[in-house]
Design a protein around this ligand. Structure first.
Ligand code: 6PG
Length: 243
């Protein structure tokens, strides 16, 4: 499913409404909500909106019953400006009534990225008590090269079938990344791709309407919902405008 919004602000509002809806359903069903946050720049507006005192979302999200994870993380300390945890903390988590014990960040300060990935996998398994955790909502972005989370074109992690979290080396960043793998992403109850801006129009068209060649196309939830939320600029290349 694809939803297109007039601009990045309306896109964030649409995503906030979906977040509230999913959190309410999950808590009604099983008493808690598990969500994986994405990094990069696009979701920051969403996080700020969810925490904004003048907006309805702050009182609508069941923060005390919401468990936060990350779909990927950079191999940096949590206070590094590059940290996805830091971005979400500053934009939202430090401004909402969520218990610290509900925030499950990647211990990316660990110099051994692979060990950090293994530890994060154990955290997911322990908390969900599922051999293949089904997170209620996973947020993802889309890079200009068709990557999502930290699953980049040509990466060995594309072929991972056992591990839930991996630490691929990313040549172009000369660094490791810690990322949820396809088996975990595709077991989610819902996956939301949030994509904004004219610079993404070409890759959005190729990923949604083109032949299979990009990592983001491998995200096809087995039982769950796949939702693309785009602003008008990012959707500009789509032949079938889904308005
Ligand atoms: C990261 C992300 C990554 C991101 C895309 C899009 O850690 O960088 O998780 O997958 O979602 O690169 O990033 P922008 O939203 O900044 O364009």
């Amino acid at each position: 499913m694809i939803e297109i919004f007039a601009n990045s602000q309306e896109l964030a509002r649409g995503a906030a409404e979906y977040f509230v809806e999913r959190s309410g359903e999950a808590v009604a069903q099983k008493g808690f909500f598990t969500v994986a946050l994405s990094g990069g720049s696009t979701p920051k507006v969403l996080y700020q909106l969810l925490a904004a005192p003048e907006e309805p979302f702050l009182s609508q999200v069941p923060w005390s019953r919401t468990h936060f994870f990350w779909s990927d993380e950079r191999h940096v300390r949590q206070d590094n400006p590059e940290s996805n945890y830091r971005m979400a903390h500053e934009a939202m988590l430090s401004r909402v009534p969520v218990p610290e014990s509900n925030i499950h960040r990647v211990h990316s300060e660990n110099p051994d990225a692979n060990a950090a990935a293994n530890e994060y996998e154990r955290t997911l398994l322990q908390l969900t008590r599922q051999s293949l955790p089904q997170l209620d909502l996973i947020l993802l972005g889309l890079g200009p090269d068709g990557h999502t989370a930290s699953i980049f074109p040509g990466s060995e992690v594309l072929h991972e079938t056992q591990r839930l979290v991996a630490a691929p080396w990313v040549e172009k960043f000369d660094s490791y990344r810690i990322t949820m793998t396809l088996p975990l992403l595709n077991n989610a109850a819902s996956v939301l791709f949030l994509v904004s801006g004219a610079e993404k129009a070409e890759i959005v068209q190729q990923v949604i309407e083109g032949p299979k060649q990009y990592p983001a196309q491998a995200v096809q939830p087995t039982h769950g919902q796949l939702l693309w939320m785009l602003d008008k600029d990012a959707a500009d290349g789509l032949s079938n405008r889904h308005e």
